[in-house]
Ligand binder design. Structure first.
Ligand SMILES: [Cu+2]
Length: 247
């Protein structure tokens, strides 16, 4: 749609977070640059001491972003808080945790993810556990940028932060990197819970339908297993300029 309706000529960019460690480098990453990037952190705000959720370890912000293209727009975000779909104008907030990003987005965690023997284990290591300190690379990007108070740290609101799309593009690139380590086998290796974290429940299969609601037609998991497949064999039809290697 960006290409057909908006004249966009570029590719979908990804955020290679392995380049933004150690923690002392995180906030200075070019991806957060005020002029050529997505802007930076918000000013520090305390979290609600009565909140059910403990604060994200190492959080440093929480207020409206102060630099970059999304700063100074009080109604950039239209929905929320959380799952509410009532119009509720808000600024874009970020709550960087450089500690969290370095711990869960670095090359060590990425290599641990790439070294998993099958998709079931790969997906578990990407997601991690139900606690902040059992996170994987997926939560690393959400909580490293969004912390406790930023939209990126919220299950419902995270896609309103444009960095979400670069984070998820890189997660997709990690998956493609993992598939390419044993491509003939891994083009058909799928499993994992139908409902997030429901490891006792039913498993996803190649025939499982994926719904994006009103945004597009359903496809099956089989049709999106190979990102390079075009036309009848698949619907994605793209490739990455570079993949991660197993070190
Ligand atoms: Cu996510």
């Amino acid at each position: 749609m960006l290409r057909n309706e908006c004249g966009y000529k570029g590719a979908q960019p990804y955020w290679d977070w392995t380049l933004d460690t150690p923690a002392s480098n995180f906030a200075n990453s070019p991806v957060f640059d005020a002029l050529t990037g997505f802007g930076g952190n918000g000013p520090f705000l305390p979290t609600d001491p009565n909140s059910f959720f403990p604060p994200v370890p190492g959080r440093t912000g929480g207020g409206c972003v102060e630099t970059g293209p999304f700063a100074g727009i009080p109604d950039l975000v239209h929905l929320g808080p959380s799952a509410s779909v009532t119009y509720d104008p808000q600024c874009l907030k970020r709550d960087f945790s450089p500690y969290f990003a370095a711990r869960y987005l670095g090359m060590n965690q990425t290599q641990l993810t790439l070294s998993q023997p099958d998709f079931g284990w790969f997906a578990r290591i990407v997601e991690g556990g139900p606690d902040y300190e059992l996170s994987g690379v997926h939560g690393g990007g959400h909580y490293g940028v969004g912390g406790s108070l930023g939209q990126m740290g919220n299950l419902y609101l995270s896609p309103v932060d444009p960095i979400f799309w670069l984070h998820h593009a890189n997660l997709d690139r990690v998956w493609w990197s993992w598939q390419k380590l044993n491509l003939s086998v891994r083009l058909t290796d799928i499993s994992g819970p139908v409902q997030m974290m429901d490891y006792a429940g039913p498993n996803v299969t190649l025939a499982y339908p994926l719904s994006v609601g009103v945004s597009g037609a359903d496809v099956t998991v089989e049709e999106v297993m190979n990102v390079k497949a075009c036309g009848a064999g698949g619907v994605l039809c793209y490739d990455y300029d570079k993949v991660y290697r197993l070190l």
